[in-house]
Structures are given as C-alpha cells and as structure tokens.
Design a protein around this ligand. Structure first.
Ligand code: PMP
Length: 436
C-alpha cells in the first residue's frame, strides 16, 4: 500500500517494493517501517541541514535526525570536512589511533560518571557490554530494567513488563531463551516504591539497575526527580551499579547528558547516536574501578574489529567539538518550548485530549489527557489518532517519528520559522482530525 498522502511517492513505492524482496520488511531496522501508522516508508535520497529529501523530490522538515544523532542537522560542514580528512588516511586499521583517544577524552571530560570509556559500534553493543561488565564487576547475575525503556536488542534487556508486581522477565521476542531473561527484573518506570521493594526482595543479588534517565522509547517520558534519587540511593546502599542509558540523551539534553541536567551520577553510562555524529558509534563507560574489569585490563571480555573506527571517531570528535564550542542547548530548549506551546495551543483549540512530554529538544505529543509517566499511561494514547496526525503532517512536509512511542528530535539547524511551520501544519491537521 502506498503512503496515504497527497504527495507523490511513486518512486518510493517502487523502491520499497524492490527492497522488500531482499530485505526483511524492506527495512534494516523495524522502527523505519511505518507499520504502526499503516503505510509504507518514504525512501530518502539526501539530507541537508534541517531538511530531508525523498527520491520523489519531496522536501521535509526533519524532526527525527536519524533518530537522534543529527543534533547539528544533516551534513554539517565541520563534520563532513572531518570525515573527508579522515578518509584520506584510510578507513580502518585494527590498531590504536590518535582519534579514538581524543574522542574518549572528550567523553570523559563531559560526562560526570565516566572516567574510562570503551568505544563500540552501536547503542545495542553498549547496552550488551555494560550489562556484562556490571555482572562481572559485582559477581551478581540479576539486573533491573524498567517497562518501556529500550536498551537495544540485547537478549537480557529485551523484556517488557507484565502488568504484575515483581516478576522475572518474559522474553518479548521469539528467539530469546527463557534463561537469557531469567535474571531480569522488570519494574514500572517512575515508581521508587516498587524499586525499593525489589531491593528488599533481592538484597545483595542485583548487579545493575539500568534505565533511560529520560525515556525516549515509550514516547518522551521525563523522570520524576525522586525516582532518580531513589535509584541512586538504593543502588549505593546495596552495592549495585546504576547504569544510565544515555544513547539518546547523551550530548543532547546537555553536553554532559541527562546525568548532568538532573545532577544524578550513575556508575555506568551507555552512549551512542550523537557521539558518532551520524556514523555508527556506541560507547560505554563509568567509574575507573568498574571499567578496569574490561579486557585486556580485566577479565570481562568485550571486543570489536571496527570499534574506534577512525572515520566514525572523526565524525564524533567534530560533532562534540562543535557542540562544546557553540553550546546550542539553551537555544534547543527555547525551540522545544516554542514547539510544545504551539502544539498545546493547537490541540486545545481543536478540542483534542492531549499530553505532551518534553525535555529540551526531545518531545512527544500523546493523544490522551492522562499525565504520561510510565508505559501504562503511555499506552492510553489513541494511536489511531496519532496515525492520522502523522500522515497529515507528512503530507505537509513535516517528518515526524512514525510511532506514538518515539520522541521527536529538534536540531541546531532548525530555526523558529521551521518550528512555526510545523505548528501551523499541526493546527490544520488537528483541526481536521477533530472534525472527523
Ligand atoms: N538505548 C537507547 C536509549 C536507544 O534509544 C537505542 C536506540 N534507539 C538504543 C539503546 C540502541 O541503539 P542502536 O540502535 O544504536 O543499537
């Protein structure tokens, strides 16, 4: 089925049809498939600053930014130049390079919890490795994760909450042996009481508590400050490592990530997305006494042929250096606040029940009047309504995440005019939806 949009997507449709024969579902990552909104994805040709252009020549204001990495917009000149320069030296050596140390130093300087860091190739690898190190360092097996948080497709963490109380996890995906999740405890987000109960029940057994300190993966859900504080305190009291998955939030919500913004320092941090500036990079780091467990310094094994890849490191260094020098965070906050207020007014004027989650440049408009604080409340959103909103925005040239349970991203390449154009489109679309 072609996209239910008035724009021409003829070439996209043909290309997607071709892709589906050789790539499962026609995509290399399910979030791109537009499945949740009932249609076909648009096939992209190029990006430029705040814009994406599809292969039919349609232009969109891009509020995804490759799902987070492009905080500077597409093809930022400094990033492109750094990649071109690095290319002249070769693409990969499988040996130490200067660039990986420079990127590691920037991360260590910026992120409060990180004294040592290991580069990997994706957020998934960062999560997988961090969990192993937490278990290796503590000699414990159990891990806590929170319903609705995503930490990559890591076996032990790809678990949703049942609605019950403290339970051992049930695998979300076929192909994950029950044993892989038997030591995963799934709890509701933003519920310090339930976390305290878990520590009572499993005292001395929990290796790590892993969380998104601001959740982007059930739509944008901010943490209650008392939740972060409780997690920090409970972990410290029981010798458990607190792991913040800052794959989305790192270098995005502030230069030092959500941990800097909220003033809560974890023991381990997972990074990705922005630190690669659009190239495949992930990283995990933490206190030196934790990271000293990692091979070859310590016994916990973790490796990667292309880890610390020079092209990816160059892209990351240029991106983080630009962020440090220009400090776009106050401006991103102002753009986010403007967008939030515009959406709120548009939804109110249209009489559409809504709730908006936003921290800085990450935001979600939920189609429910419930205050969204966890997976249960996020799932109260009217996803059919979200689908109509999504398509209405797309045909007006506004490219939003194709699921209610994802956050949009604003970049430093956006201006107030781009935000206002999106708000105008939202006003029209929400008006149409409410009239139906
Ligand atoms: N953690 C979080 C918080 C994420 O948002 C994501 C990806 N959206 C990941 C981990 C996994 O990263 P990757 O897709 O690079 O494997």
């Amino acid at each position: 089925m072609p996209a239910p949009s008035k724009l021409s997507h003829e070439k996209s449709h043909a290309e997607f049809h071709r892709a589906r024969k050789v790539i499962p579902g026609g995509v290399n990552s399910p979030a791109r498939a537009f499945g949740a909104v009932g249609g076909e994805p648009v096939v992209m040709d190029r990006g430029d600053g705040p814009y994406l252009f599809d292969i039919d020549g349609n232009r969109y204001i891009d509020f995804i930014g490759s799902w987070g990495p492009h905080i500077l917009g597409h093809r930022h000149p400094r990033v492109v130049e750094a990649i071109e320069d690095a290319l002249k030296h070769g693409t990969s050596f499988g040996a130490p390079t200067h660039l990986e140390t420079v990127l590691a130093e920037i991360v260590v300087d910026a992120v409060p919890s990180v004294e040592m860091v290991r580069m990997v190739n994706s957020g998934t690898e960062a999560g997988m490795s961090a969990i192993r190190v937490a278990r290796g360092a503590t000699g414990r097996d159990k891990v806590v994760k929170f319903a609705g948080c995503y930490h990559g497709h890591v076996d032990a963490l790809l678990v949703q909450a049942g609605s019950g109380a403290l339970t051992h996890g049930v695998p979300t995906s076929p192909g994950i042996p029950a044993g892989a999740t038997a030591d995963t405890i799934v709890l509701p987000y933003n519920d310090p009481q339930r976390l305290a109960e878990a520590f009572t029940e499993f005292e001395g057994q929990i290796a790590g508590v892993f969380m998104e300190p601001v959740v982007g993966n059930m739509g944008l859900v901010p943490p209650k400050p008392e939740f972060l504080d409780a997690a920090r305190q409970l972990c410290s009291e029981d010798g458990t490592l607190l792991g913040f998955d800052e794959v989305m939030t790192g270098f995005r919500l502030s230069f030092g990530g959500a941990q800097e913004l909220f003033g809560v320092t974890p023991d381990m941090t997972m990074l990705g997305k922005v630190i690669g500036g659009g190239m495949p990079v992930g990283a995990y780091g933490g206190a030196a006494h934790v990271m000293e467990n990692v091979s070859p310094l310590g016994p916990v094994y973790q490796a990667g042929t292309l880890s610390g890849n020079p092209i990816a490191m160059a892209s990351g260094i240029a991106t983080l250096s630009e962020l440090k020098e220009t400090n776009p965070y106050p401006r991103l906050e102002a753009l986010g606040a403007r967008f939030e207020q515009g959406l709120r007014e548009a939804a109110t004027a249209a009489g559409i029940p809504h709730s908006i989650g936003r921290v800085g440049s990450m935001m979600t408009l939920f189609f429910t009047s419930e205050d969204v604080t966890d997976l249960g409340t996020a799932q109260m959103s009217d996803t059919a309504r979200f689908g109509k909103f999504f398509w209405g925005m797309l045909e007006r040239g506004i490219y939003l995440p194709c699921s209610q349970f994802e956050a949009l991203f604003i970049s430093a390449a956006h201006t107030e005019e781009h935000i206002d154009e999106a708000i105008t489109a939202a006003r029209e679309v929400l008006g149409e939806i409410s009239a139906e």
